[in-house]
Design a protein around this ligand. Sequence first.
Ligand code: HEM
Length: 462
Amino acid sequence: MGQSSSSQNGKGIPPGPWNPFVVLGIPRSPAEILTDMSRYYGPVFSFRMIGAPLTVVLNNYEVIREALIDNSDAFPTRVTSPLRHSWGIKGRLFYSLGEDQKIIRKFVLDGLKHFQEGILFQKVSEEARHLCNAFDKQNGEGIETTHLLTLASGNIMSILNFGKRYDYNDETIIKLMEHLDYLFLALKPGNPVQQFPWLYDTFLYRKLKESQEYVKHFIQEEIKSHRATLDPANPRDFIDMYLMRIEGNDPDDLFNDERAWFTIKDVFSASSNPSAAALQWMIALVCRHQEMQEKIYEEIQTVIGNERLPAFSDLQKMPFTHAFMMEVIRYRSVAPFGTREVFRDVVIDGYNIPKGSRVFLNYWAAERDPEKWDNPEEFIPERFLNADGTDVIKKKFNIPLGIGHRDCMGQTLANMEMFLFGTNLIQKFHLKFSPDEPEPPLVGICGTLVVCEKFKLCAIRR
Ligand code: HEM
């Protein structure tokens, strides 16, 4: 069953199936397949696909940590591809290397901090109110939530990047989010166009090209209009901050006109799609677990009441709500995998991983490792609470947002959105699945993200 793992060094290359079609041919979620395989082969296993380098999958906290923290220099960047190289890697937040990566990451982190401490809290609160109004308009009738939550979270990123929000029926944001969703779906590592970039210009990939061009044009137009109204003393958003970093016209500069749109796109898409997916799971899970929704409502009553609006600082005084949010992201880790290229021969858990391999960081498996979590397949917020339920417990092996020098930069913002959208809604409405349709299975649909199945809910005024 397993491929040979003999070698002069340690335990040799990691074990794994000899036939890659065992991995490819099963019509199940890749997160589930790889996690089941790790139960059979152990926390480090590998497989080969025709024409691709060795793929190694790391499946628990210890081995992911050994790679990303103890050997971070061996895993400096995400998996790229000939297609991504043909588009340009330099200056990309996701793929740049070495000093460039440090500079661009610091630029984004500083920007986030600046806006989080400034306008963002107020803007997320305002957006939560727009969302409540949209729910209210349905008068307790079934609402399809995916659309609304995607646009609400897209608006937060639009405010951060473009300085404005859109109405939920504005075609501009609807189209932008649709194209970004499609790019997320289509640009998976296994898509042949990644290896054979010439396919991109054929009719087979017309939709991919159309989406990429749409997003590029959209962001470039925003950049143009920002440039015309830029006031360096008062940067409005990320685009303004980027424009202020451009020093000249040298195409080799890290910050330049040509690649500005790519950085903005990286920030926008890294954040809006996972946040929308996490919000969707949170709302689905409060509908599924009515008794937990009532506990959250009780905390709202005790800490906030009905008269004032929730503030992000309330989160510290609401341990059950906080634990519920943490369990949402553990139970359905919306970003199930990270990827890395291997830049030098390295040994992980005693196995040799040769330079040139690819690594999948299986966060999904780490979040349901039976050695770390009791009943990992069950939704139990109390696992993040101390014995008397008064304090949240952080666990170092809980890594749904990744670890190391390419981990998620949006933890605070993601928490802010989940907390403010969730508490504003539950303060005003009792949320339940629409009785006119079967309840969604809440298993998830796994692509680059694990998204919740679509469902309708009824929001009944409290
Ligand atoms: C609950 C929602 C979110 C989840 C579950 C999530 C998860 C993740 C994960 C797992 C990674 C690292 C993947 C890897 O190891 O390669 C990542 C990267 C990233 N996330 Fe998030 N994310 C969320 C929301 C956000 C938000 C709101 C932002 C806001 C800006 C954001 C910004 C980023 C960025 C910029 C990166 C890339 C960092 C880099 O390459 O240096 N994320 N996210």
